[in-house]
Structure formats: C-alpha cells, structure tokens
Design a binder for this molecule. Structure first.
Ligand SMILES: [Zn+2]
Length: 327
C-alpha cells in the first residue's frame, strides 16, 4: 500500500488543547485535582470525551464534549501537563516536529477564580519542557470565543500580545455561533494583533456557510482560516482565497464527525475544488484524542480512499511548514 514515509517530518497547525490529550492522562489529571466526574468507570469516561457516532450527531454535540475537557484542564498544573503531553505525544507517535497548539485560557480559569497569567505561564512551561526534551518547534495560539463579550476577547488578545515573546504566535476565533457576534466588530483588534506581530487565523466555513469565509476575509484579513471547507460552495469565495493566498487548515475526520462533510465523496469533491482553484491547504486533526485519529492517520486515510495523491499530501505538509506562525 502507498503509505506516507515514516521518516517524513510533519507539521500540524490546527490542534485544540481540549481535544488533544490522551484520555488516560485526562483521567489522572481529573483525579489528581479531585474533580467529581459523573462516572467512576474509566471506559465510560473515555466515551464521554471522545467522538462516538451514536452520540455526536451535530456540530454542537461535538462542542459539548469540551465541557468536560475544559473543566479538567482548569488549573495551571493541568494546563502545563496537558500542553507537555500533547507536544511530546505528537513527536513520539507522528514525528511532528512543528506543532501549533490552540486554547482559550479564559475557559480554564474557573470564571476568573484563577489568575489568567498563571494559566498562560503554565502553558508556556509545558511548551518549554516538551521542546527541551523533544526536537519540536511549538507555538501557542490564543482562541477568542464567539460567545464571549468583546471586552473578554480584548483581554485575550492583550494576553496573547503580552506573551508573544514567550511562544504565543497567534490568535483565533472559535466556539459556537452566537447571536450578536459580528466579525466586523473585531476588525481593529485583529489589525492591532497583526501590527504587533501575531499570526491571525479564524474558524470559518465549518458549521457556518461560505458567507462566513468571505466575511472573515473582508473584516479580519487572516493569514489562515480554520477549516474553510464550505468556501467550495461559492466560486467567488474560492477566487478570493486564491487571490489573497490565504491558507486553509483542513481537518478531514473532524468535519466528518461533526457532519459538516457528509461522506467520502463529499470530501473528495471539496479537495477537488480546492486544488482546481489553487487554494493553499494543510491537513490537521483538530484534536487527535477526542477525534480518535492522528495526523499521519489522516494523511494515510486521504491517500487510501483516493481523495488525495501522495504528492498532494507532501505538498500540504510543506505548506504547513511554510504557513506556520512559528518562525
Ligand atoms: Zn478547530
């Protein structure tokens, strides 16, 4: 079988901390902190924090899984351990030598009970430790949230800027669609982040249609877009992506689990259009443990199912190194 060279060094740009830690480690962290879990059965717990086709029927079902993982990671010690384990595991299991990890520190400080700077510093310690032990270059992306107020998101951008010299490389907007949230409100904040040296990405064209991709490009001018697969619904959006040279962070298994992508033929159609329009794209997991996958598995899955050729995968990996915010 045509399988990816085991020695090929990989880069992954779209991974959430809440979905990337081994359930066994999450179980230990939860117990170490005395968190009252709704089950005493480990296998039931694994079921609670991983995608299960019987349980995850929609995009919001998927986001619900993060309620537990965010809670378990809500302390400096838990964040440090989670970051360390994610980076170390990515290198050992997948030969990932460049990893960008994203998280929302404000979803991990127990509604302000814990100091946000402690959470940020803990994430940086985890990153520092992992990159001392393994040859992985890493960077942290701070996620803003659509359900947060502008004020909260502004605090997050300022934290990202404050720790820019310590390994924070970019900002993102994630979370469920929320009434009252408008990309245009964030134009100045994104501009400020860009001028002060942060990389910019935004989740769009995932649960929201192609209009979200054009809105994001118009108002926020990101370097990259998280997912963006629904831009294939409109040729002018694809042309806009091409003209601007925006890179898509595509997460195939994640999109299939959340039903954003219907099936393999739909996935093939999406990649076909991206290639036809000359769109830059990278392959990512979104969160390997929660989605029960890994980057190498994603790549081999695309090759095995005739969705992409080996040369497309090698090019997507090269693109990931090229469009990384880690310099
Ligand atoms: Zn994501």
């Amino acid at each position: 079988m045509n399988t990816l060279d085991e020695n090929l060094k990989l880069a992954e740009l779209h991974v959430h901390l809440g979905s990337s830690v081994d359930p066994a480690v999450m179980w230990e962290i939860a117990h170490a902190q005395g968190i009252k879990l709704p089950t005493k059965d480990y296998w039931h717990f694994v079921d609670m924090i991983t995608v299960n086709p019987g349980k995850v029927k929609s995009f919001n079902d998927y986001l619900d899984l993060f309620k537990w993982t965010d809670l378990i990671q809500s302390s400096p010690l838990a964040v440090e351990r989670s970051v360390y384990q994610t980076i170390a595991g990515a290198y050992r299991k997948n030969n990932i030598t460049l990893l960008e990890l994203r998280f929302n520190p404000m979803k991990r400080n127990r509604n302000g009970e814990q100091d946000l700077d402690q959470i940020m510093m803990a994430a940086i310690r985890g990153m520092d430790r992992a990159s001392l032990e393994y040859p992985v270059k890493c960077g942290m992306i701070v996620c803003l949230d659509r359900t947060f107020s502008y004020k909260q998101n502004e605090i997050l951008v300022n934290k990202a800027l404050r720790y820019r010299s310590r390994g924070v490389v970019g900002i993102d907007i994630a979370g469920p669609a929320a009434s009252g949230f408008r990309y245009s409100d964030y134009a100045q904040l994104y501009k400020k982040a860009r001028n002060d040296g942060l990389g910019l990405t935004v989740h769009a064209g995932e649960d929201e249609g192609h209009n979200s991709v054009s809105a994001v490009m118009e108002h926020l001018e990101p370097d990259r877009i998280g997912h963006g697969v629904r831009s294939v619904e409109n040729d002018s959006v694809l042309d806009m992506l091409h003209e601007r040279g925006t890179t898509l962070e595509v997460c195939p298994s994640s999109n299939m689990s959340t039903k954003v992508v219907r099936d393999l033929s739909h996935l093939k159609e999406i990649f076909g259009k991206l290639k036809k329009h000359g769109i830059k794209f990278t392959i990512n997991t979104d969160g390997p443990e929660m989605l029960m996958t890994n980057l190498r598995g994603e790549m081999n899955f695309l090759i095995d199912n005739g969705i992409l050729e080996m040369q497309d995968i090698v090019e997507a990996n090269r693109q990931a190194f090229a469009s990384s915010f880690v310099k």
